[in-house]
Each structure stands twice: as structure tokens, then as C-alpha cells.
Write a protein that binds this ligand. Structure first.
Ligand code: SAH
Ligand code: SF4
Length: 341
């Protein structure tokens, strides 16, 4: 599996070939990703054929698009049977790929489809990078019209908790930046508040963006929605976010999934505003995508507007995230649920 090999060790797979072949192969894998080895035109034909089945560390089990082709979602199946997803969203001047860091998630947030269906395993660094390379190959092949022909932004907002898979996610980021040539500023790590991971991330050489999924402004409600809050309560998460901001000078974003009658009240808005102002953070509001195992509903749109206004009145920067991909179960974990993992 080519992407499961360290990019600097590709030569070990090509012992019958001169060394420069490994460099050529690395260029194809990371700089000019293509969908099949056939397209690696400067490699000898027998080498291309020999590597044909080893290019992607997954099969593409589902490939769906919506929003007039500008949202595309894949369900990948690894050889050991686990499944994970990525969602590509195209805009006129940017393309954002939402990647998975784990197959499943062990943290069990009540409103999250991935959390509801448990944890299968961590993804390898190469499995994370391969999601980006695959989307790049699709874009280069003209798979989405009217958008840049490469992935410009990567967000770790697919399945899994990236900071619970720290070393592999770190290595994936290193390969995206140092081998693929992406800028760290175009990469966002989203965490539900794994405090030790947040603190480590602040010491890495790359200034990636940090998104903190908060969802509640007091420990009582937060522990109900996000069980990890019992281990790392709000004050500790806030401190770790502040430390990250101080170390990297990158604006933190706070993610808030709006659940009807649960965390869309004025009280919660005011609590959130206090935290956001202290952290100088930007708030992203995401109306809940309903999941099979709870009766939670998204806040109605007038309540979303009201919630955003309460925050703005306090001086907080707020964006209501678009709900791209609803029609194709593009929210976190949903495609796997629909296809029975
Ligand atoms: N584990 C990390 C990253 C993956 S989840 C985290 O929790 O931050 C990515 C984002 O999707 C999180 O902000 C999460 O709160 C949000 N999310 C999960 N389930 C959702 C749902 N059913 N509707 C809307 N957003 C959801
Ligand atoms: Fe895991 Fe994030 Fe889903 Fe919580 S919201 S269960 S941390 S993937």
C-alpha cells in the first residue's frame, strides 16, 4: 500500500528499480496525485502495472454528490473491513476536505452519529493523507467544476477525535505540510476538548488552526452532551485553548451544534459569549443534523438567527455554517450509519 509507506521509504518497495524511481513515485503520490498508476506517465509500464492495486489503501464504497456537484462524499473501506468517510466541499476560490482521523469514535457525544456507533480503530497517518490525495486526484481529473483543481483546506471534522489519535494525526499533518506542500494555516484540527492533545499541539512546529467543539457553556449540560467533559471540564478546555492561542497566535474557533430546546437558549448564548470573548474566538453555529439514535432536533432557523443575534449583541464574531450535503448524509458519521457500517 503506497500511502501506508513513509514517503521517504518508498525505495524499500522498489528494490528492483533505480533510486530515482522512488522520487518520481513520491512526486506522483504527493505532488500530482492521480487516480490510477496508469497515469504515472514517466514510470515504466511494468512498474505501473505492478503497483496498480497498491495505490489506494481503501476501496471507494460510496461516492455521492449533491449541491449541484459542489459537495461530494466518499465512504472508504479499508482492507480489514473498517469504513471511514471524507466530504469535499467546493467554492469558487477554495475547496475544503473534511477528513476522518479514526474509524468511529470512542467519545460518545450524544448527538453525533459517529459517537453513537462506537470505535473501530485509529486511522494510520497514511490513511489520513490518502483521503487528501484521493480528493486531489479527483479534482485534478476535473471531478468538480468551477473550483480550484486541488484541495486548498483540510479540516479534521470527519469521523473520530484527532487528538485521541495524536501521533498518527501529527504525522499526517507533517506529511501534508512537508511532503504535499500544504500550508499549516490551511489545516484545521477540531477537538471536543482532549486537553493533553491541545497542549501538545501548541508545541508543534506548525501553526495549524484549532477548532474547539464546545456545545455547552456550563459543565452540567456539557457533561450530558459530551461525556469527555467529566474528564476535562470546561475551565481546563478553555485554559488549553488559551495556551494554544498564546503559543500560535492563530484565532481559535468554537464549534456549537444547535440542538432544539437543549443548548439554544439565551443563557447558553450569554455563557458562550463570555468564553468566546475571553478567547477572542470565532463562533461557528451548526444546526444539528438529526441522527438515528436520539430524538434531538435541530434548532428551527428563527432560533438559530436569534442565538446568533444574542452572540453578536455581546460583540462575538459568529458564522452560521451552511448545511452542505444534508441530502447525502454528509454529516459526521452518517453515511456509515446508513450503509450499516
Ligand atoms: N471529534 C472532533 C472532530 C470530529 S466531529 C470534534 O468533535 O470536534 C466534527 C464536528 O461535527 C464537531 O464540531 C461536532 O460537534 C460536529 N457534529 C457531530 N455530530 C453532529 C451532528 N449530528 N450535527 C451537526 N454537527 C455535528
Ligand atoms: Fe467523537 Fe467528535 Fe463525534 Fe464527539 S462529536 S463522538 S468527539 S467524532
Amino acid at each position: 500500500m503506497l500511502y501506508l509507506t513513509d514517503p521517504d521509504e518508498l525505495g524499500s518497495l522498489l528494490t528492483d528499480h533505480p533510486r530515482f524511481r522512488a522520487d518520481q513515485l513520491r512526486e506522483w503520490l504527493y505532488r500530482h496525485p492521480v487516480l490510477t498508476t496508469d497515469e504515472m506517465t514517466n514510470l515504466p509500464a511494468e512498474m505501473r502495472t505492478g503497483l496498480a492495486d497498491r495505490l489506494w489503501p481503501f476501496t471507494v464504497e460510496v461516492d455521492r454528490s449533491t449541491d449541484r456537484g459542489l459537495t461530494r462524499k466518499w465512504l472508504f473501506r479499508a482492507p480489514d473491513g473498517v469504513a471511514y468517510e471524507a466530504v469535499l466541499m467546493g467554492y469558487p476560490r477554495r475547496t475544503t476536505l473534511c477528513v476522518s482521523s479514526q474509524a468511529g469514535c470512542a467519545l460518545g457525544c450524544t448527538f453525533c452519529a459517529t459517537g453513537q456507533f462506537g470505535f473501530d480503530r485509529h486511522l494510520e497517518a497514511g490513511e489520513i493523507v490518502a483521503q487528501v490525495a484521493y480528493a486531489n486526484a479527483v479534482l485534478r481529473a476535473g471531478g468538480m467544476e468551477g473550483v480550484p483543481a486541488r484541495v486548498t483546506n483540510v479540516v479534521f471534522m470527519g469521523m473520530g477525535e484527532p487528538l485521541a489519535n495524536y501521533d498518527r494525526v501529527r504525522e499526517a499533518i507533517r506529511r501534508l505540510v512537508e511532503v504535499m506542500g500544504m500550508s499549516a494555516r490551511s489545516i484545521t484540527v477540531s477537538t471536543v476538548g482532549v486537553v493533553p492533545g491541545m497542549r501538545r499541539l501548541a508545541t508543534e512546529p506548525w501553526a495549524v488552526n484549532l477548532a474547539v467543539s464546545l456545545h455547552a457553556a456550563d459543565d452540567g449540560l456539557r457533561s450530558r452532551l459530551v461525556p469527555l467533559n467529566r474528564r476535562y471540564p470546561l475551565a481546563e478546555v478553555e485554559e488549553a485553548a488559551e495556551a494554544f492561542f498564546q503559543a500560535k497566535r492563530r484565532r481559535i474557533s468554537i464549534e456549537w451544534t444547535l440542538i432544539d430546546g437543549v443548548n439554544d437558549t439565551e443563557d447558553q448564548a450569554l455563557g458562550l459569549a463570555r468564553i468566546a470573548l475571553r478567547l477572542r474566538a470565532h463562533v461557528n453555529l451548526i444546526p444539528l443534523n438529526p441522527t438515528p439514535l436520539t430524538d434531538d432536533r435541530p434548532s428551527p432557523s428563527r432560533q438559530v438567527t436569534r442565538f446568533a443575534e444574542w452572540l453578536r449583541d455581546e460583540g462575538v464574531n459568529v458564522t452560521v455554517r451552511d448545511t452542505r450535503g444534508r441530502g447525502i448524509d454528509a454529516a459526521c458519521g452518517q453515511l456509515r450509519v446508513r450503509t450499516g457500517r
